[in-house]
Write a new protein. Structure first.
Length: 261
């Protein structure tokens, strides 16, 4: 289904204005469904892969997070470390190394149908339309910008959301927060921008770049294995790590969200 079709279907019977001020969330309202993890997903015909692993506490007592365009799980891992319980990732490609529950499908269509079942929504739409690597190796205009549609559908879910992308996409994000590895003491120079709603989260400190920091150049300055280790994404392949964000970024954002919740 086209992006226009997804948005049009979401509007029919579901249009509400209260998301403009985040009123339902701020008033403590909740649309979370009390269902067994994965039940509604399978019943709706989605392909659900794997189980939530590595938990020593009851995930149902912690907020549920939807991880859209999840890739191999750099963002999801950060939210897990922050204390989120059930995490469900959605991507249109198989992600065999994703460390949480995974749904194979269209992220925007899934958001339109299931966004209200989660407490928080995170999305990392494809960055190729604004990526400098695309400009070096191809044409940015050959790739679709999904940021606006993602933000719009996330707001229609009446849930707190985070939409993340690369530096040259920041013009499509509303008052974005910039995070860099140097803010967290990890040897990575990688600026990523986060639109957060409804909270205004501030960076922990200024960047402190060092000549030895790893950079995202696909193996030019340092080996891709070294770059993956610097990201703290050792469960991924080096190819998957090219697209990943350090879990430290979303661990920081997730902790701020949990304090607000």
């Amino acid at each position: 289904m086209s992006i226009t079709g997804i948005i049009r279907r979401r509007l029919v019977g579901c249009f509400r204005l209260d998301w403009l001020m985040g009123r339902r969330w701020l008033d403590g309202g909740s649309d979370t469904l009390d269902t067994e993890p994965g039940t509604s997903l399978r019943a709706a015909g989605w392909k659900v892969v794997g189980e939530v692993r590595g938990r020593s506490w009851d995930t149902r007592s912690r907020p549920r997070l939807l991880d859209l365009f999840c890739g191999a799980g750099g963002a999801g891992m950060g939210y897990s470390r922050a204390g989120f319980g059930e995490i469900v990732g959605v991507d249109n490609r198989e992600q065999k190394n994703y460390p949480f529950e995974f749904v194979l499908g269209d992220a925007l269509e899934y958001l339109a149908e299931h966004g209200q079942e989660f407490d928080v929504i995170h999305a990392s739409p494809p960055c190729q339309f604004a990526s400098r690597a695309t400009a070096w190796r191809g044409r940015r205009e050959d790739h679709t910008n999904l940021i606006t549609a993602t933000c719009w559908l996330a707001r229609m879910a009446v849930k707190p959301y985070i939409v993340e992308n690369v530096e040259d996409a920041r013009g499509w994000l509303n008052n974005p927060l910039m995070l860099c590895g140097s803010m967290f003491g990890i040897p990575v120079r990688s600026h990523r921008y986060f639109e957060t709603f409804p909270w205004g989260i501030e960076a922990p400190r200024d960047c402190e770049h060092r000549p030895s920091d790893c950079i995202r150049d696909h193996g030019g300055k340092q080996s891709e294995a070294v770059f993956r280790a610097a990201l703290e994404c050792d469960w991924m392949t080096v190819k998957e790590a090219r697209q990943a964000i350090p879990p430290a970024y979303t661990e920081y954002i997730g902790a701020a969200l949990l304090r607000a919740m």
